[in-house]
Design a binder for this molecule. Structure first.
Ligand code: PBG
Ligand code: ZN
Length: 326
């Protein structure tokens, strides 16, 4: 029998296609990452991330204004300190680079939401996300002592103006520790966006150029997740919810669409997908070679994250995407 159902009927006219479209990317879904460095009038393009810059605070403020004018609701700030040490002093110091940047942005663009990444790897001399045993050359981060530093870091970031805290170090119990620290300091209304399911991924390579946070030895496999695991992501999000997380992140995004989907099915909290540096660099490289149409590939990728279940997308493409959406 000739098919009664002809799906092409609903694809026959552009307006009809619009009417039955299931998902859409909106500018308010986007979060733009920015890298703050000391100095003034400083902008240095990250070699492996064309279009992404390390910026001094005055330049961060200019970019933040542009982001706000484009209708993007939030940025996420990373800091690259002038000095690194084993105690990650630059992470929790009240005049640390990310604190100074957060204060300056909030002053200049009060309505832009400032998320701050709460981790120690940009600030430790060895590049790991927490304390190491003295003499450790494998990168086995000490979990519980690290929690104290994260707590202190988060409180100082909020004191400086951060609207949302985003802990990314994959320490056990970090959401609970930070929640307690914020509450004790009187910041019970500051939400935590937890990097809940964060994998030990090679896709972070270009970010580590940008943030100068490559581990000096060892790797992050004793704290970040094994890319072969799916169920474990559900365990991680369950724990973070119990500890008080307000939003959950899956990272990376492109090779982990199934995880975004499964997390979405498992919780009613908002889900953020981090379209990480390596994913950005691959598209950029292909586009610069003329091998793919950048705009179309980016927009297809971003709506794919929405279809998978992401409510929010952290992406280096955010400013371009906002322009293309306008
Ligand atoms: C720090 C952190 C990383 C990213 C975000 N926060 C790097 C890492 O874990 O090494 C990666 C972001 C990206 O690749 O764009 N813990
Ligand atoms: Zn880290």
């Amino acid at each position: 029998m000739f098919p009664i159902q002809r799906p092409r009927r609903l694809r026959s006219h552009p307006q009809l296609r619009r009417m039955v479209q299931e998902n859409a990317l909106a500018t308010h879904d986007l979060i733009y990452p920015l890298f703050a460095v000391p100095g003034e009038g400083f902008a240095k393009e990250v070699k492996s991330m064309p279009g992404v810059f390390q910026l001094s605070v005055d330049k961060i403020v200019e970019d933040a204004k542009e982001v706000y004018d484009l209708g993007i609701p939030a940025i996420i700030l990373f800091g690259i300190p002038s000095d690194k040490d084993v105690d990650a002093t630059g992470a929790w110091h009240d005049h640390g680079i990310v604190q100074v940047a957060a204060t300056a942005v909030k002053e200049a663009v009060p309505d832009l939401i400032v998320i701050v990444d709460t981790c120690l790897c940009e600030y430790t001399s060895h590049g790991h996300c927490g304390y190491l045993e003295i003499g450790d050359l494998t990168g086995r981060v000490l979990n519980d002592p690290t929690l104290e530093l994260l707590k202190k870091t988060a409180v100082s970031q909020v004191k400086a103006g951060a609207d949302i805290i985003a802990p990314s170090g994959m320490m056990d119990g970090f959401v609970q520790a930070i929640r307690a620290g914020l509450d004790e300091a009187g910041y019970q209304d500051i939400p935590i966006l937890s990097y809940a399911a964060k994998y030990a991924s090679s896709y972070y390579g270009p970010f580590r150029d940008a943030a100068e946070s490559t581990p000096q030895f060892g790797d992050r496999r004793t704290y970040q997740m094994n890319p072969a695991n799916g169920r474990e992501a559900l365990k991680e999000i369950e724990l973070d919810i119990a500890e008080g997380a307000d939003m959950l992140m899956v990272k990376p995004a492109l090779a982990y669409m199934d995880i975004i989907w499964r997390v979405k099915q498992a919780t009613n909290l908002p889900i953020a997908a981090y379209n990480v540096s390596g994913e950005y660099s691959m598209i950029k490289a292909a586009a610069l070679n003329g091998w793919v149409d950048e705009q179309r590939v980016v927009m297809e990728t971003l709506v794919g994250f929405k279809r998978a279940g992401a409510d929010l997308i952290l992406t280096y493409h955010a400013k371009d995407a906002a322009r293309w959406l306008a």
